[in-house]
Design a protein around this ligand. Structure first.
Ligand code: LLP
Length: 427
């Protein structure tokens, strides 16, 4: 890196060069001028670098990385992962159709989620889905019925709730007893016995996912031990489990967070797997955030400055409908101005135009900004656009994918006509 180049923390492909912020070889202010704001910009190289860390961890193993596309389901993003040879973790029929539209195959997909409908099951069977991660005994019964009626055999894995605390935000913990996900550890063996007797089902593995934005390796190691205890008892009962799916959840650096590196984490987990005699199994994982989160930023323009008695507000053109994580989880996203000013910074709350006091994007940030300035909201590649809404009838933002010196508009800004397309006035 040259002396005038500085990377943004946690975002290796986003760099200041001579005072200008770049994504790979593309200037962000130029993208904002060309496409308007708010604008999501993703770096393909950053996604591939994050994927490479997992691939290093799995070198020489029978392993499959199934991108949890709920993090960012843009077709062009899926295409990057299709081309890189990934599978996909999906949770709805809509996600299924997106994978197919991006060039993925049914056999590359694992279908998770607590509420699969019969129609979703039928469609998944029709495209030859790789595996259903079943989350309740009731779902096993319905899947058996649907598969039998269709004359097909559904490959199933049971999602086990290992009751391990991932030490993350309560809304994104999924593997605790009080969560709706998975089948309780103590009931899993009987669920497997039931699955083995039901027509139309073939048991192919075991699955768990304990939460998201996990920054500590201990919960993973504990969950692995709990899952492997179960693999032992299920196999003693005569039911083979050729694959072990360990879910996703690895965190990213939002605000100085220090999650373990994917390669180091998997080296440890796989060593534990070997030590317990399960090194021969196919290993699956379902990472979402850690593949795309820090591969994206959201560009936004400062509309107004509103100095106040208690707070100074910086009103920007991105809002909670574009970036819902602060309002939903009090989440932190870094914010950097695209151009530096020499004026002294002031402390602002960054708020959007939506009519809710909860519409804030960042709090108490020291910034030297003026109306018309452009800002980059960081770590915006995961769970931003995928959770965006039309609240206040705001159109969803446009998205650009950068690849080296090329920038591709991968989603147009939504227009009022787009928003109203499926609606009807009554006669
Ligand atoms: N597999 C399953 C079954 C999941 O439920 C999830 C995420 C993943 C994989 C991917 O987890 P990741 O690697 O992305 O942590 N909207 C929240 C995150 C919700 C995560 C839900 N499940 C947020 O913005 O923080």
């Amino acid at each position: 890196m040259s002396a005038t180049e500085t990377s943004l923390p946690g975002h290796p492909e986003f760099k200041f060069r001579g005072g200008e912020l770049f994504a790979e070889e593309v200037r962000l202010d130029e993208l904002a001028r060309e496409h308007g704001t708010p604008l999501f910009v993703y770096s393909k190289a950053a996604m591939l670098a994050a994927l490479a860390a997992y691939q290093r961890g799995f070198a020489g193993r029978r392993a499959r990385i199934c991108y949890a596309m709920k993090a960012n389901p843009a077709l062009a993003v899926l295409q990057v992962f299709v081309q890189a040879g990934c599978g996909f973790d999906i949770v709805s029929g809509g996600e299924l159709e997106r994978v197919l539209a991006a060039g993925g195959q049914g056999r590359d997909i694992i279908f998770s989620g607590v509420g699969k409908t019969r129609a979703e099951m039928r469609r998944a069977l029709e495209v030859g889905i790789g595996c259903f991660n079943v989350e309740s005994e009731a779902e096993l019964e319905v899947l058996s019925e649907v598969a039998s009626a269709a004359g097909r055999v559904a490959p199933v894995s049971i999602r086990v709730n290992p009751d391990v605390d991932p030490k993350t935000h309560p809304y994104i913990s999924t593997g605790l007893k009080g969560n709706k996900f998975g089948i309780a550890h103590g009931q899993a063996l009987s669920a497997y016995r039931r699955a083995a007797t039901l027509p139309g089902l073939k048991v192919v593995g075991i699955d768990c996912h304990i939460g998201s934005q996990i920054t500590d390796e201990a919960p993973y190691l504990n969950a692995m031990d709990r899952v492997l205890d179960l693999v032992e008892s299920v196999e003693v009962a005569g039911i083979a489990l050729p694959h072990i799916d360990f879910g996703g959840g690895l965190g990213i650096d939002y605000n100085g967070d220090r999650p373990p590196a994917a390669d180091a984490l998997w080296a440890k987990l796989l060593a534990r797997l070997d030590a317990r005699g399960f090194g021969d199994r196919q290993f699956l994982i379902e990472p979402g955030r850690s593949l795309v989160g820090n591969a994206g930023v959201c560009l936004t323009e400062v509309l107004y400055l509103k100095p106040g008695e208690q707070k100074n507000f910086c009103v920007i053109d991105a809002a909670m409908n574009d970036l819902p994580r602060p309002a939903m989880y009090q989440a932190f996203h870094g914010v950097v101005p695209l151009a530096r000013r020499d004026t002294p910074p002031r402390t602002y709350d960054l708020v959007g135009p939506v009519c809710e006091s909860g519409d804030w994007i960042a709090r108490d940030r020291a910034l030297a900004v003026e109306p018309g300035d452009l800002l980059a909201v960081l770590s915006a590649g995961a769970y931003c656009m995928s959770m965006a809404s039309n609240y206040n009838s705001r159109g969803r933002a446009a998205e650009v994918l950068v690849d080296g010196s090329r920038a591709f508009l991968i989603r147009e800004r939504e227009t009022p006509a787009d928003q109203m397309r499926s609606e009807r006035l009554v006669p």
